[in-house]
Design a protein around this ligand. Structure first.
Ligand code: F6R
Length: 243
């Protein structure tokens, strides 16, 4: 049976605060487990809220382990807009997360397959993903699971969809040659014990409708997450306006 909660909230700020509070509770109750946060614009407010909650003593972010969701192949921390840069500058560094607690994809690795294996090991060592907090792309992707992403377990590299390449400029502030992504596969994300998909903004309304009310389809990888019984879709009201 497919069970999915959809929550619609008044604004991106309210969404950030509510989701951060729920996550802080999970962190208090399940220390030592593995969390996967997406980069991108959507979760940034929530990540800042989590840092604030830690600052006022509501949770200890250093009680958890973390893994990146994805990275642009060829980019690293020194590239503005890379997933590593966004997550380190907005979360790992301000939250003072110890270096041995998080593992990011090295998009500059010479051997991308070995990088995927290392990430698979990190997931395994920590007993699988406890909590994943994801955004959704305008083409329905999650992480870099582009439409018709492989059906395999673990991490892989993948050719980027044209829409993903076009949109990428918003992160980099300029055109960058990005053709390939490295990502945790949707099958592994589907097995997360707790799974959130967040979306804000009118521009997400159509894809949110397709992903969460249409048919389950490999053409919209986010729709496949509905097989997870703990899926929570948390939407700001504009993103929910076509539901
Ligand atoms: C980012 C990621 C992507 C984004 C998605 C939405 O690590 O994995 O799947 O979550 O493209 O991006 P934003 O949040 O910028 O709209």
């Amino acid at each position: 049976m497919m069970i999915m909660e959809i929550h619609v909230l008044e604004s991106p700020d309210v969404l950030a605060k509510r989701v951060a509070l729920s996550i802080a509770l999970l962190i208090r109750n399940y220390p030592g487990r593995l969390i996967c946060f997406a980069a991108g614009d959507t979760p940034m407010g929530m990540l800042r809220e989590l840092v604030s909650l830690q600052q006022c003593g509501a949770c200890n972010l250093n009680s958890m382990y973390y893994i990146a969701l994805d990275e642009w192949v060829g980019l690293g921390y020194s590239d503005k807009g890379s997933c590593s840069q966004v997550l380190r500058d907005n979360f790992y560094d301000p939250a003072c997360i110890e270096k041995n607690r998080f593992r990011l994809f090295d998009g500059m690795a010479e051997d991308i397959d070995a990088e995927c294996s290392a990430m698979n090991d990190w997931i395994k060592i920590h007993g699988g993903i406890f909590l994943a907090v994801l955004g959704i792309g305008l083409n329905g992707h999650i992480g870099f699971n582009e439409p018709y992403a492989p059906d395999e377990e673990g991490c892989f590299s993948i050719k980027l969809d044209e829409m993903t390449k076009d949109i990428s400029e918003k992160y980099f502030g300029k055109k960058m040659q990005v053709n390939t992504g490295i990502t945790i596969g949707w099958r592994t994300l589907l097995n997360s014990e707790n799974l959130y998909v967040l979306a804000s903004g009118k521009h997400k309304a159509q894809i949110v409708k397709k992903a969460f009310t249409g048919e389950l389809s490999h053409s919209i990888p986010a729709s496949l997450l509905r097989r997870n019984e703990n899926l929570k879709v948390v939407l700001e009201k504009e993103a929910a306006s076509d539901l």
